[in-house]
Write a protein that binds this ligand. Structure first.
Ligand SMILES: NC(=O)c1ccc[n+]([C@@H]2O[C@H](COP(=O)([O-])OP(=O)(O)OC[C@H]3O[C@@H](n4cnc5c(N)ncnc54)[C@H](OP(=O)(O)O)[C@@H]3O)[C@@H](O)[C@H]2O)c1
Length: 338
């Protein structure tokens, strides 16, 4: 049972949340983690849980995989090739020891290729083992506009479309393993952007941060859409933003930001903390479809103009179904089990 935060803890948390820099930086995670009602991730109930973490070879995904395994969970990480998978396992053995690292496996998944999603999901269903959750973590800010082999702009596909397809393909397994949770790693950058479904692929105005923020906002809206449709199937859907953490992704895509903000960036474990918490905590004390940061549900908007008109959430859902060529259902509906 998660302890209820004290009134002091609530006041301190709210004061941090009012200031983006303090909340997103390591100040936010360090102060909040000292407040009451913040159990260590290693004490969360991981035994008997099987979790999937996408992009588990680097940054937040690597940290999340290690923390889940340290809490006793069995962890499957997705990586883009076998070399990265082998290097990840070696590193986990060095960092966390054999007992923890032995709970982690890997398989290959490229979110820029919907056929790879299908193959990966089919392998999970063939394992005939439960799956209690997914952390959709993999992502990147791409310097230029490019299309995937499926013909979609890659920021949109990697962050929004392919995770939608993967959840769809694994939905019957997640439902059969319930209670289970699907957690998506968005970014505070989405606070600057509203959802406009017809702009998701940035057809005319690609800028890395703009395309990224659009995709990250879409992740928040898609999470609520999933929760509305499948929240009573024993699967919880949540989305979290990690604040600002120093990872290989930030080093390569935002070198200026890294140079200026370096001293106050979180480490990857602090950035991944809420995703791990959402994956394993018994009682989250809040309904599904929520946006979280530092273990608390947060507002989805900081300014009114990022709210979308009524109907945009349904438009996103319809578009994802169409682009992914999937109609999500908790029952197995097709011959190949998807
Ligand atoms: N760090 C932050 O401050 C921060 C802030 C807000 C949000 N986030 C989000 O946190 C998540 C993790 O980012 P990070 O900072 O940990 O970055 P990272 O160190 O670069 O890790 C990103 C992971 O995503 C994988 N990935 C990228 N493209 C992929 C694709 N097409 N198919 C499969 N996997 C793919 C990468 O694989 P490869 O190693 O093969 O490239 C890597 O494992 C991302 O969704 C990011 O947007 C991070």
């Amino acid at each position: 049972m998660i302890p209820t935060p004290t009134p002091i803890a609530r006041v301190v948390d709210a004061a941090l949340e009012g200031t983006v820099v303090l909340s997103f930086s390591r100040v936010g995670s360090e102060v909040r983690s000292r407040l009451e009602g913040w159990p260590s991730t290693a004490s969360l109930p991981g035994d008997g849980r099987r979790m999937l973490v996408t992009g588990g070879n680097s940054g937040l995904g690597y940290a999340a995989a290690g923390a889940l395994a340290a809490a006793g969970a069995e962890v499957l990480v997705s990586v883009r090739d076998h070399d990265k998978g082998e290097r990840t396992l070696t590193r986990l053995h060095e960092d966390l020891g054999d007992d923890v690292a032995e709970r982690v496996r890997y398989d290959v998944l490229d979110l820029g290729d919907l056929a790879s999603v299908r193959t990966f999901a089919a392998a999970r269903r063939a394992e005939a083992a439960p799956l209690h959750g997914i952390i959709h973590n993999a992502g990147a800010m791409f310097p230029d506009r490019a299309e995937t082999v499926d013909g979609f702009e890659r920021t949109y596909q990697v962050h929004v479309l392919a995770p939608f397809a993967l959840t769809s393909d694994l939905l019957p397994l997640l439902a059969a393993s319930a209670p289970s949770r699907v957690i998506t790693v968005t970014s505070g950058g989405m606070y600057a952007q509203k959802l406009e479904v017809d702009q998701l692929e940035s057809p005319d105005d690609y800028r890395p941060s703009l395309a990224y923020a659009r995709a990250k906002r879409a992740q928040v809206v898609a999470t609520r859409a999933w929760a509305r449709r499948f929240g009573r199937s024993g699967i919880d859907f949540h989305v979290m933003h990690p604040g600002w953490a120093l990872t290989p992704g930030v080093e390569s895509s935002l070198p200026g930001f890294r140079r200026v903000m370096g001293p106050i960036l979180r480490d990857p474990t602090e950035g991944a903390d809420t995703a791990v918490y959402l994956a394993l905590a018994d009682d989250l004390g809040a309904g599904p479809g929520r946006l979280w940061h530092d273990r608390r549900p947060r507002n989805r908007h900081k300014v009114p103009w990022t709210r979308s008109p009524t109907g945009e959430e349904d438009a996103l859902w319809d578009r994802l179904c169409r682009d992914a060529a999937r109609e999500p259902s908790v029952t197995t509906t097709t011959a190949d089990g998807s």
